[in-house]
Ligand binder design. Structure first.
Ligand code: H79
Length: 428
């Protein structure tokens, strides 16, 4: 199995923060991108969303600017989700923008807009396809309960051909593509009752080895995620709405990883959803991710008119207010070998160590193992000096207070700096 270009992988690890965009006709239903499965809608019942899809306010320059202002450095767009609807005018199917009132390509203009803002462009592409007549019905298919497993001559080999053909289209039409984000394999899954899921699919169904070769040939610089069900093939792994407790290690080897997270629990536009994460929580999620050597791919779900809802834009703007002052603790930074004090996270870039303080303490912080190792310290938001207190300066470092000679004690202001997450920049 060929590996990714090491320079591209290194670039990806420095980028650290990207925008995931889930957009399709499910934005009109406005109740989660799995709506066709969750509500067991037939293809006919789903058709009104294609018939009405007309995003008249589509302006990808606005999305790209919002991403850049938030400190994001790349994006990943859903070219096709599980419903099979294609956001570009594919030559291989009519189940696309072509069959909507809008009628034209949305992938090209979005990719161009992000490239113009200097962001990388990646494509999400669903392996599942609930529309293709050759995709065998399985336990995750919306038609499963109605039609059972009667496959009516469905041939997964034909489907794989279609899948490969579409990936070839995407990689040639919209080159250069930086990432292919395939979703997902479920060969040995179980259903909610713990029984093996009927018709689970994986590498043999997708012909994953050939698909990986195709991507390597057409887009040598592109990274491929870990959902093709081929051991050892992934350029990066993709914990979904789940935060790893430490840098991700597989078979004893640290791996490149990218957490994907939602703003509100849904990927597609979900009008009535109230589970919004606060900007502060999202900033902490980003910091926590980078402190564990990972990337964060944060999702937005544009609505049926092509706009990001105000709350999503406000959240991104708030993250951007923090990133404007603190990007250098994120971009190009990664895990540190030093162990942070309680309620703090370190990121490190060369000889700069960044102490992110999640819970503001009273006056002093004691940094294990850093005595004598820090030449200067300042708050990152305003470049104000943070004074270091040496161990022999009396009561503040008295052993009875729980510090040791290895600790570096720093003196913080009483007032919480006026930023969501304060950062102390330590010059090693
Ligand atoms: O595209 C987004 C999701 O739609 C897709 N991946 C992200 C990036 C995804 N969501 N869930 N999954 C992939 C895995 C499937 C989970 C399931 Fe279920 C659990 C399928 C059946 C049980 C969630 C709950 C979906 C239906 C019920």
């Amino acid at each position: 199995m060929t590996a990714a270009d090491p320079a591209r992988l290194d670039e990806f690890r420095r980028q650290r923060f990207g925008m995931f965009i889930h957009w399709g006709v499910y934005a009109l239903a406005a109740r989660h991108e799995w709506v066709r499965n969750r509500e067991r809608l037939s293809r006919d019942q789903y058709q009104p969303y294609l018939d009405r899809f007309d995003p008249d306010l589509f302006d990808p320059a606005v999305w790209a600017r919002a991403a850049r202002d938030a400190g994001m450095t790349y994006m990943v767009l859903t070219t096709k989700h599980h419903d099979g609807f294609c956001l570009w005018d594919s030559e291989l199917t009519d189940y696309s923008v072509r069959s909507t009132p809008w009628g034209k390509d949305l992938v090209g203009p979005t990719a161009d807009a992000f490239r113009r803002e200097g962001l990388g462009v990646g494509f999400y592409h669903s392996l599942l396809d609930w529309q293709q007549p050759d995709f065998p019905i399985d336990g995750l298919h919306p038609d499963f309960e109605r039609d059972g497993v009667d496959q009516h001559g469905r041939d997964v080999a034909h489907y794989a051909q279609y899948l490969h053909g579409q990936v070839e289209e995407l990689l040639t039409k919209y080159a250069p593509v930086d990432t292919m984000w395939f979703d997902f394999s479920y060969r040995n899954w179980r259903d909610a009752q713990g029984r093996p899921l009927v018709g689970g699919k994986g590498a043999a169904d997708w012909r994953s080895d050939d698909l990986i070769s195709l991507v390597r040939r057409l887009a040598p610089q592109a990274l491929i995620n870990d959902r093709l069900d081929v051991d050892g093939s992934a350029d990066f792994v993709t914990p979904e709405q789940y935060q790893p407790v430490a840098p991700v290690v597989i078979d004893g080897v640290p791996v490149t990883w990218e957490a994907c997270q939602t703003l509100n629990g849904s990927w597609g536009y979900d009008r009535d959803n109230l589970d919004w994460k606060s900007p502060e929580l999202l900033i902490k999620l980003l910091v926590d991710t980078v402190s564990k050597d990972g990337n964060l791919l944060l999702n937005v779900g544009p609505n049926g008119r092509g706009e990001l809802e105000p709350r999503a834009l406000d959240t991104l703007a708030e993250i951007g207010r923090w990133m404007r002052l603190h990007a250098r603790s994120i971009h190009g930074a990664g895990a540190s070998a030093f162990a942070p004090p309680r309620d703090c996270r370190y990121t490190q870039r060369g000889d700069r160590l960044y102490l992110h303080v999640f819970s503001w303490p009273f006056r002093h912080l004691h940094l294990p193992g850093l005595a004598g190792k820090v030449r200067y310290a300042q708050l990152l938001n305003d470049a104000s000096e943070v004074r270091r207190v040496s161990h022999d300066e009396g009561a503040v470092t008295h052993p009875a207070l729980g510090t040791t000679p290895d600790d570096l004690t720093i003196e913080l202001p009483i007032q919480h700096p006026d930023v969501a997450v304060p950062v102390v920049e330590l010059f090693l």
